[in-house]
Design a protein around this ligand. Structure first.
Ligand code: B16
Ligand code: MG
Length: 211
């Protein structure tokens, strides 16, 4: 299959903001006395902010009101954005940079398909503010992964059909979303183990060999 576009998840694919999400959620969970660890954190990959909070609060004995949950999510997001302030262009790996360049040389159009409402801030921290042909993120969707909305919007912004695009993901929920939207997919890390992934990848650079 010859693709016209490639749609990238951000956190866990282009850069590794997952450790900052973990740190901010961990501080919040410790503050309210709720157990939280790396294993629970893995369930938050690709999941929206409020849905992530609901997963963390599964361990809580207290029932939180909508307003209380909004306050907790806001606290976590403020702390997360403070941590994002530490990111620089050094946080973009040579491997990712070189592979993206190779795809551009093949005349592929590149888009972001991320659940994050902080995607544009992250892209600017790592020096990719104007690099992608389209950005679909948490600010333009109402349903997060495994719903395909974020990828359908990315394909629409690129002007291509889902069948003409390849989605690159690190989360199982992201591959579910790609399948639901009619996209081929490439999986990194845990996403490479998904039964329906089109191309299980060992590393990011292998992407240049499959498109
Ligand atoms: P925010 P992705 C996702 O990014 C993260 O994997 C997930 O952990 C996070 O909860 C979600 O973005 C929302 O992020 O709180 O910044 O809006 O993997 O879809 O790029
Ligand atoms: Mg991800």
């Amino acid at each position: 299959m010859v693709y016209k576009g490639v749609i990238f998840d951000l956190d866990g694919v282009i850069c590794f903001t997952d450790r900052y999400h973990y740190q901010a959620w961990k501080e919040m969970a410790d503050d309210i006395g709720v157990y939280f660890d790396e294993k629970i954190n893995n369930r938050l990959r690709g999941v929206s902010r409020m849905a992530s909070l609901d997963i963390i609060l599964e361990r809580s004995e207290k029932q939180y009101t909508k307003e209380e949950k909004e306050r907790l999510a806001e606290w976590k997001n403020d702390r997360y954005r403070e941590l994002l302030g530490k990111m620089t262009t050094e946080d973009l790996s040579e491997e990712v940079k070189t592979t993206l360049e190779k795809l551009k040389e093949k005349n592929l159009k590149l888009a972001i398909g991320s659940s994050s409402k902080n995607a544009k801030l992250i892209l600017s921290r790592i020096g990719l503010a104007d690099y992608f042909d389209a950005i679909s993120d948490g600010t333009n969707i109402t349903h997060s992964k495994p719903d395909p909305e974020v990828f359908l919007k990315a394909a629409e912004y690129l002007g291509f059909e889902p069948g003409e695009c390849l989605v690159v993901e690190d989360a199982l929920a992201g591959i579910d979303a790609a399948v639901a939207g009619g996209f081929a997919s490439a999986g990194i890390g845990e996403a490479a183990t998904h039964k329906k992934v089109t191309y299980p990848l060992k590393n990011f650079s292998e992407l240049a060999e499959v498109v």
